[in-house]
Design a protein around this ligand. Structure first.
Ligand code: AGP
Length: 610
């Protein structure tokens, strides 16, 4: 979590740093700060709360300095406060650092430093870094940073500046993102590309252990032994406008509406002229596919729900046993894995700490690892044997929407590809699915541009004051129900229970009272009749039914209080359309309750700590 941005150039940087933080605010927003070098001394500013509070006092820092670092925080060690906000400084006030991640051995480092006479002003793990640099400094910030890095355990990325070296920022990373932006006569360093996307699209992704020295004219990268290393310069194809709201009131709403395009982009070039699925970069040979005995999918949150849909599809189409595991649990079990397993790690960011740890565990045990991610150059892509990219573009809203839909599409494509390669789906069958998949972006676009959203907004207003929601689904509708419930929890804060519709009478039905709103994912499919029976059971307890059904299915209309009809498609592809009214419903419930949809409380977009 947390966002870092640094600038070295010829322009006054206070406002540039602040604009960079604005783009990273999705990573954390409980406090913020910046430090600028001006007249060979460090100017510092800290604030509590989101960036509006920092903006209000920004002019307390002069606008002369042309090199500086800034940070927006998501608290791990130490409550949100001005003292705990970054940048942190050493005892002399000559060094400042910003850090994202966790320094696991900070308590012992802090104790040693305190014994040596260093005094600390915050409760954070990060402050030790400033003091370690102070202790190690002998005229070279680069050397002091390397010395400091060698003593740190955990996973982190940090940047340091020194009043005595006003022309450089030195940054390092370990299992946590750090990216460099290359400009003309100016350079940037940040946790993520959006921080400097308005200024440059030329980027370098340093490796773990690289020492990045960002100057005004040059960026140099060294290894830990001081040897120069070259890293590829890449061009990112996002534009800055993609990081803006493009007329929508929130990023989340914009991203919901971007879903047809995100699906079309993810699908592009992945359907061959003969209608079969074409995927490359997976790192799987024909022999690997033949001897594969098991698939283990690891993920967190929304990505886990995409993994559950993958389970249905892979078992149905490729006849391979699949387990879907919450990464934070999987990593601490003693799972049975071997070379006959394929581990698919799903993570839109490619930086989720638990998912990365689960990948590493699977890899050590001999499994092949495939990363399914949205972010080029992310940690997951570096550690996997192969990568399947979604192409959702940048997602800023903390509540995942378009990345989920593209993950679902990617797992469906992968399952079709696998079923075909394993000889379990004939060409005709694959073709019928891929033809249907090709139709989905347009179906969804028509749906979103039609009157559905207004109907959902009105319905949401009727239920927004409720104390509780239940969401039910069966078969591939179950992961959709889980995802719809997660959206409600994340942004509306209304307690919501999701459960398999058939499981309800084993306990959760006891929660229902007269008038309790029950959302049912009831698109057409093999278990539809069973689901209708479950709806009747719920209705008999006086619950109000909000049903998501396939267009033209009037059966549930008679028993439901609200019906959100979605475009009709194959039952296995239905999650691609069925989740959208649930995203919108959660959105408008949250809005009616006056919540801050893009920045839900206690959450951050990327969970780089366990
Ligand atoms: C989604 O709305 C959530 N913000 C969260 O559950 C998220 O899906 C989870 O943290 C996993 O993130 P990842 O896909 O980047 O690994």
């Amino acid at each position: 979590m947390c966002g870092i941005v640094g600038y070295a150039g010829g322009r006054p940087c206070r406002d540039i740093l602040f604009q960079g933080l604005r783009k990273l605010e999705y990573r954390g927003y409980d406090s913020a700060g910046l430090s600028v070098i001006s007249d060979d001394r460090l100017e510092l500013l800290h604030s509590v709360g989101n960036l509006d509070n920092l903006e209000a006092i920004l002019d307390q820092v002069g606008d002369k300095g042309t090199l500086g670092i800034a940070h927006t925080r998501w608290a791990t060690h130490g409550r949100p406060s001005a003292e705990n906000a970054h940048p942190h400084t050493d005892c002399t006030g000559r060094f400042a650092i910003v850090l994202n991640g966790i320094v696991e051995n900070y308590l012992s480092l802090r104790a040693t430093l305190q014994d040596e006479g260093h005094s600390f002003t915050s409760e954070t793990d990060a402050e030790v870094v400033a003091h370690l640099i102070e202790r190690a400094y002998q005229g070279s910030l680069r050397q002091a940073v390397v010395e400091t890095y060698r003593q740190m355990e955990g996973h982190f990325a940090f940047c340091a500046i020194a009043a005595d070296e006003p022309d450089v920022i030195v940054g390092m990373r370990k299992e946590t993102p750090l990216v460099v932006g290359l400009g003309q006569g100016e350079n940037f360093v940040a946790s993520a590309v959006p921080a400097f996307l308005a200024e440059t699209r030329a980027v370098v992704f340093p490796d773990d252990g690289d020492v990045v020295v960002v100057g005004r004219e040059t960026v140099e990268i060294f290894d830990l032994d001081g040897k120069r290393v070259e890293r590829l310069i890449q061009t990112v194809d996002w534009d800055d406008e993609a990081a803006e709201k493009a007329g929508y009131e929130t990023f989340m709403l914009k991203e919901i509406h971007e879903q047809p395009a995100a699906l079309a982009d993810t699908l592009a070039e992945r359907i061959a002229p003969d209608g079969r699925v074409a995927l490359d970069g997976l790192g799987l040979s024909a022999e690997d596919i033949r001897r594969l005995e098991r698939v283990i999918i690891v993920a967190c949150g929304t990505s886990y729900h995409a993994g559950l849909i993958g389970e249905y599809a892979l078992e149905r189409w490729a006849r391979v046993p699949v387990e879907v595991e919450v990464a934070s649990e999987f990593r601490y079990r003693d799972p049975v894995i071997g070379p006959d397993c394929l581990c698919i790690a799903i993570s839109q960011s490619g930086e989720t700490a638990d998912t990365l740890a689960a990948m590493r565990l699977a890899r050590r045990a001999g499994a092949q690892v495939l990363a399914l991610t949205n972010i080029v150059g992310s940690q997951a892509t570096r550690e996997a044997d192969g990568v399947l990219f979604t192409r959702a573009g940048l997602e800023i809203g903390v509540a995942a929407t378009k990345t989920f839909l593209t993950q679902v599409l990617a797992v469906l494509l992968f399952a079709l590809w696998m079923g075909d390669r394993r000889g379990l789906l004939d060409g005709e069958r694959v073709r019928s699915f891929t033809e249907e998949l090709r139709r989905v972006p347009a179906l969804l676009s028509d749906y979103l541009e039609g009157g559905a959203e207004g109907q959902i907004e009105e319905a949401a207003a009727r239920y927004a004051a409720g104390r509780f929601f239940m969401v039910l689904g069966r078969d591939v509708g179950l992961p959709v129900a889980l995802e719809g419930a997660l959206k409600l929890k994340e942004i509306s804060y209304v307690p919501t229970e999701a459960c398999p519709a058939g499981e309800m009478k084993h306990g959760p039905i006891a929660l229902l009272e007269e008038g309790s709103p029950v959302v049912v994912v009831a698109t057409d499919g093999g278990v539809h009749d069973k689901l209708v029976s479950n709806v009747q059971e719920v209705r008999a307890r006086g619950a109000r039914i909000i049903a998501v059904t396939s267009e033209g299915n009037e059966r549930l209309a008679e028993m439901a209080d609200e019906v959100f009809q979605v475009p009709r498609t194959d039952e296995m592809l239905a999650p691609l359309v069925a989740v959208v009214p649930l995203q919108l419903f959660a959105y408008y419930v949250a809005k009616a309750r006056g919540e801050k949809v893009d920045q839900p409380r206690n959450l951050a977009k990327t969970v780089t700590v366990e």
